[in-house]
Design a protein around this ligand. Structure first.
Ligand code: IMP
Ligand code: ZN
Length: 347
């Protein structure tokens, strides 16, 4: 891959922790934990392979078993941050579902502590390399009571001084449950100042729940694979300028989109309308990709020049959940990088 895409400063806004574990991290966790019997080649979807949408959730369960202690969650988080930084990511919003485990004594609160401690330690050890924030995930398979519990945790942590908890992610198997049951939770989250990143329309036939979710409105949409097919949804998205987090390889590997090409993927449909789309990985480990690879695919399909690709990655700054001082810092970083790398734009 061209160094340009790796060197290019990038923003990752849609990365699930336990879908982001690299092969090395999975191996290290297998050797550190007592979760033996986890076949390593079942924790990712290799080159040229796909799984059905439903089946990919079985894969996440395996990696989640590997992060069932405070130490393992912390180790995995630090490893994932380091790998994103090595791929040129300057700002990362990591999302993960806080989980408890009776056998190890892990609680949901300890899970959040482990993620935050990893972020803190990494930032102390690698000053100014990468800014990391955390979105607490609500898994739609786990029901409303569990979701309320996660919301309360998010509210509690967000209120702490200099908190890195910025919002809520709504994810999990889109074919399970009804997102409308969770609307009151999202309203409470918004009232508390938490931002909302909501997975929507990953499969067809979810128009009614999508319309209800869009009426909130969320701050960002995860995937939104079939939203352009519904005029009312499209209207609400355009009117409220809700950015889409798009994950090319993930959608193909989960068999919800036939290919990453212009012909098939919704990223290009929204981009052609001048609507904000942000290139993301979803799970660089599970889907065997990197953010630089995703940028390369998008840039090549759109026929973007290096300058256009640079501005495309810069445009994501507007959609981070962090405050304006962080956005200004990121703008400065982009300007400095360009000045130091002019050769990329003249060769
Ligand atoms: P974790 O929240 O860090 O444990 O990451 C794994 C979880 O992310 C899975 O159990 C799902 O809930 C969620 N996830 C990962 N990829 C997708 C996706 O494509 N759609 C919906 N949920 C997803
Ligand atoms: Zn996702």
């Amino acid at each position: 891959m061209s160094n340009f895409f790796i060197d290019l400063p990038k923003i990752e806004l849609h990365a699930h922790l336990n879908a982001s574990l690299s092969e090395d991290t999975v191996k290290a966790l297998i050797s550190q934990t007592e979760n033996f019997g986890i076949p390593q080649d079942e924790t990712f979807i290799g080159k040229e392979s796909t799984r059905t949408f439903k089946n990919s959730f079985e894969m996440f369960k395996l990696t989640q078993r590997l992060t069932s202690t405070y130490e393992a969650v912390k180790f995995a988080t630090k490893a994932v941050i380091g790998e994103f930084a090595a791929d040129g990511v300057c700002y990362l919003e990591l999302r993960s579902t806080p989980r408890s485990n009776k056998n190890t004594g892990l609680t949901k609160k300890l899970y959040v502590d482990a993620v935050l401690e990893a972020i803190q330690e990494f930032s102390e050890e690698h000053l100014d390399l990468i800014e990391v924030r955390y979105l607490l995930s609500i898994d739609r398979r786990l029901g409303v009571v569990e979701a309320e519990d996660t919301l309360n945790l998010a509210v509690e942590y967000q209120a702490l001084p200099d908190s890195r908890v910025l919002g809520i992610d709504f994810s999990g198997d889109a074919t399970v449950g009804d997102a409308r049951d969770y609307i009151h939770i999202f309203e409470k989250a918004k009232d508390s100042g938490l931002k909302l990143a909501i997975h929507m329309a990953e499969v067809r036939g979810l128009d009614e729940e999508s319309l209800a979710l869009l009426s909130l409105p969320p701050n960002r949409i995860g995937h939104g694979t079939f939203l352009h097919e519904n005029e009312k949804c499209k209207e609400l998205i355009l009117k409220n300028k809700i950015p889409l987090e798009t994950c090319l390889t993930s959608n193909v590997k989960c068999e919800t989109v036939p290919s990453t090409s212009r012909k098939h993927h919704h990223l290009y449909k929204w981009n052609d309308m001048g609507h904000p789309v942000i290139v993301c990985t979803d799970g660089k480990g599970a889907f065997d990709t990197t953010l630089s690879q995703e940028y390369q695919i998008a840039a090549s399909e759109c026929g973007m020049s290096r300058n256009e690709t640079f501005e495309f990655s810069r445009a994501a700054i507007d959609h981070v959940f962090a405050a304006d001082d962080v956005k200004s810092m990121l703008q400065t970083k982009w300007n400095q990088w360009r000045n130091l790398n002019l050769h990329y734009f003249t060769e």
